[in-house]
Design a binder for this molecule. Sequence first.
Ligand code: FBP
Length: 561
Amino acid sequence: MKKEKSVLEKARLSYKPGMPAILRSVISGLKIKEEKSGKTISDARQIKEIFPKTFGQPILKLAKGKGPKIQKPLSVGVVLSGGQAPGGHNVIVGISDGIRAIHPKSRLYGFKGGPKGIFTEKYVELDPELLNEYRNTGGFDMIGSGRDKIENADQLAACKTACEKLQLGALVIIGGDDSNTNAAVLAEYFLKEGVKTGVIGIPKTIDGDLKSDWIETSFGFDTACKVYSELIGNICRDALSARKYWHFIKLMGRNASHVTLECALATHPNIALIGEEVNAKKMTLAQIVEEVALVIKKRSEAGKFFGVCLVPEGLIEFIPEIRILIKELNVILAKHKEYFKTLKLFTDQQEFVNQKLSRDSSYVFSSLPAKIQQQLLYDRDKHGNVQVSKIETENLLIEQVRELLGEWAAEKKADSNIIKKFSTQNHFLGYEGRCSFPSNFDANYTYSLGRTASILIAFGKTGYMAALSGLTKPADKWQPCGVPLTSLMNMETRNGKESPVIKKALVNIKGAPFKAFAANRGIWEMDDDYVFPGAIQYFGTPAIADITTQTLVLERKQKKA
Ligand code: FBP
């Protein structure tokens, strides 16, 4: 049965994504320039030891020149990994169009349900007709996604079998930092084993924390921030109209606070907490609570019993005492995984971890509300991360702020209205933004990433991430590149052991986006200077429909200066 399509979906299917002019050239008219050696971020010695074959590869830039004559069709596999991000389908469509432009008989296979699809050999052939149904759409439903890791010997060997059976010339892994770490591991393993499949990564995550000098942004960040900013703007206007609620809005972004920062720049809330600043200032939970309560007090003294406070979901891990607690819990839960599973009652779990935690952490743990304690004990994801989207940080803040305001009122440090009129609404904006139709920026970016990957594949590259630079320019001026995956890596403790991983790019508090925020937040605290971005525009003047994030614009400006 044919599925009903919305009016917008039908219109988006025929949108022609913008792409770098050079990607329109035939492959025989293209060459790859090697720019400079892609060094690792840090821990070069260990990374080189672990990745002897892919370490130290150069940065690649696509240029016009005499290119290869591809006589044989390409055979490529693709997998979506991790959380959804707008534009995933367009990457796949871009790869398909790209490899078919190189050779019309090329074939594309989609592994289903994430990396597990590779090692369990669950795949589907993606023909152009099927792909036409997904052009410029949101979601990952074409082939699904998953958070499985490709790390142990059996999984690596099973990937080898799958790729060899399908005679894949390349495998494209569309994912975040963890998934691209897997891509680096697989590329190295395939070279070591003499497998002919190259591995190419694509930078995906709404969190915006997979970036470097060469990877200007991850796809999905632009759209997700625009969706959240629209909703935050609407909430600001509601707060301003009703003048009776404080809205606490938790925003996705497992670690970094890029999403919160971008949404703050786009909407001017009264308060926006930035995890990286909390970390730099080594703020305790009590200090954060006091900072928020002071703004509420100042506004109430001006007769404003309403406001909007943005809370990044990763905040909790930036609070030094809680970060230490989480680290200890991660080790305890990894070490005693099987035993912990047998503890069915929360009180037993509480008692068990309290015995194992250090004295300080046990104190911090016990001082948290039971609900938060419970949420901190939820299963880690497949990469050993605490699932911050399940921790109700916004409610923790509301509870603790309410308590402090109550104390101030009781001690006559504040008018009693401060507590009487403290009425709150809590929100969590996360999943709402991950499967939206990609903005024009993301539709163009993802399609171009897919096309870039197809060129890297045709040139037989492996261990690279497809990238585009110059993203604040119109799409036809973007520069396609290849960035060595190992150049993005450092050593970190994961599941209690030192491992090579792609380093997360956190908010730089010396960077231009944070500085722009810090310069204005004092004004936004008291003045109701809210901005209402409205819904994403997919058609119309490029000045409205094609704009990208302030984060990208400010960062690029800073880089040029
Ligand atoms: P990726 O890093 O895989 O892109 O996922 C990011 C994210 O959307 C986070 O913002 C969020 O904390 C997490 O996924 C939620 O995970 P899940 O989809 O498993 O609930």
